[in-house]
Design a protein around this ligand. Structure first.
Ligand code: NDP
Length: 449
């Protein structure tokens, strides 16, 4: 029988790789994990975590204005120190990075701070020149921002760099209208930047329910965000004064101080040596895997964004856990991809689980749709004319809830709990049988018409 240096070699210490390494080691496997940058991956280092902290920071702009209506004397213009927030966020990122590192170490996982490249079905070469072998290799290298290849694209930044800016740009153009674009648009707008979003199509947040994304568009425009649709990026021309002139189709060029590309993410499979082991990629460069996370090479597996299934941290974590339990814990496990809740941390945030109205109609035919369109109590007293919208979609025959979509304060916090009921297959009648918890926004869920 062949002997290897490790039972499992994980490439990439993000959410999926870290979970798989730690759990496999806890099951008794000899595990190493290679990471070329920082333990924690996109979510912890340059994604969900620092972004959410910026969202909190940005929300104070509205809270401080609203505070006056609640009796607090707050100056009309409160000073905001970007560098203080930025550095506090970095400190928190460092703390989580250390916690992740400590967890791996305490489980006996060997951490290798080098880039690793696959050189065969069981072989990995490290940047230092060392080659190691493993019975199984798990590729969990994630994805990186896609930057359109237009002239002058090198003058733009991506979400990776947005956290490191020296100052909030006075004028920022965001290319794309998906998750990252809408989240950063909200953040920078609250920090007083002049924000313009441009998108190649005529919709924002494709895939979300139409009524909910229309509400976000309407509220965002009321807050002063500028949207340009059917605007394909043509190029960036850097001016003598340092400003950036951006050309696009169907619209006049615009001059800004910063361009942020938020035009999707691509799997990090370049130069990873996967062809050496016969690992097949799809047309987007993602590793093709079966429902055991196994690639076309028997000993190589992949989890997380590099497989381009569902680009969400909790999904990568589940895939890593399922892989480790299946192959090292004697507990074959498959990830259930049904009813995955998701959220956009825009201002206000949106959250969703299940089918959109359009999807439900084309899949089920007869559907019943219930709505609650209301102004949160806090917004009423604050004189903030910003309405929340909740939408429930039910199977017309069985009454089972097949989709729940929300926009409004704390929508992601509320939806996480409601998603359990949707996943469990409950009906509108089950919701209505629950007494409202008054006064809350969440009570609208059991009062929908
Ligand atoms: P999204 O897929 O959400 O949006 C991409 C946007 O870029 C769309 O508006 C799309 O336009 C546009 N676009 C795509 N390709 C091109 C191109 N070649 N040229 C011009 N425009 C283009 O991607 P994001 O980058 O915002 O986020 C990546 C992923 O990260 C998300 O899908 C999500 O899974 C994850 N994420 C999750 C978050 C969360 O859970 N809160 C937060 C941030 C990211 P069109 O409408 O025409 O397709």
């Amino acid at each position: 029988m062949a002997t290897y240096d490790y039972d499992l070699f994980v490439i990439g210490a993000g959410s999926g790789g870290t979970r798989a390494a730690r759990v496999a080691a806890a099951h008794g496997a000899k595990v190493a994990i290679a990471e070329e940058y920082r333990i924690g991956g996109t979510c912890v280092i340059r994604g969900c975590v620092p972004k959410k902290l910026l969202v909190y920071g940005a929300h104070f702009a509205e809270d401080l204005k609203d505070a006056k209506h609640f009796g607090w004397d707050v100056p009309d213009e409160c000073a905001f120190d970007w560098t203080r927030l930025r550095d506090n966020v970095f400190a928190e990122v460092d703390r989580i990075n250390q916690a992740y590192t400590a967890t791996l170490e305490s489980h006996g996982v060997e951490i290798i701070a080098e880039r690793a490249v696959v050189t065969g079905p069981h072989d990995v070469r490290l940047t230092g020149g060392r080659t190691v072998t493993a019975e199984r290799i798990l590729v969990a290298v994630g994805a990186r921002p896609h930057v359109p290849s237009c002239p002058g694209h090198e003058h733009g930044i991506t979400s990776n760099e947005a956290f490191h800016l020296d100052a909030v740009p006075k004028r920022i153009l965001i290319a794309g209208a998906g998750y990252i674009a809408n989240e950063f648009a909200g953040i920078f707008n609250e920090f007083k930047a002049r924000v313009t979003l441009i998108n190649r199509s005529d919709v924002i947040l494709r895939g979300y329910d139409e009524s909910i994304r229309d509400r976000l568009l309407q509220i965002s425009m009321t807050k002063g965000l500028d949207f340009r649709f059917n605007a394909e990026f043509r190029g960036i021309d850097k001016q003598a004064d340092g400003s950036l002139k951006v050309a696009m189709t169907n619209h006049e060029p615009i001059e800004v101080d910063c361009v942020l590309f938020a035009t999707g993410r691509v799997p990090n499979t370049d130069d990873l040596g996967l062809d050496a082991a016969g690992v097949e990629l799809d047309d987007k460069g993602a590793i093709k895997v079966d429902d055991d996370n196994r690639s076309s090479c028997d000993s190589i597996f992949a989890v997380g964004d590099v497989t381009n299934r569902v680009q969400l941290t909790p999904v990568a974590i589940r895939e890593g856990q399922a892989f480790a339990d299946s192959f090292y814990g004697g507990k074959p496990t498959k990830v259930d991809y049904g009813c995955i809740p998701s959220a956009v941390f825009s201002h206000p945030p949106m959250a969703s689980v299940g089918m959109t109205e359009g999807e439900a109609k084309s899949k089920l035919g007869a559907v019943k749709v219930y709505l609650s369109d209301f102004r949160a109590m806090k917004n009423v007293l604050a004189g903030r004319n910003e309405r929340a919208l909740y939408k429930m979609i039910c199977d017309g025959d069985t009454g089972k809830i097949v989709g729940l979509h929300m926009i409004g304060p704390d929508a992601p916090e509320i939806l996480q709990a409601a998603a359990i009921a949707v996943k469990a297959g409950l009906t509108k009648d089950d919701f209505d049988a629950t007494v409202a918890l008054h006064p809350t926004m969440a009570e609208e869920l059991v009062l929908m018409k």
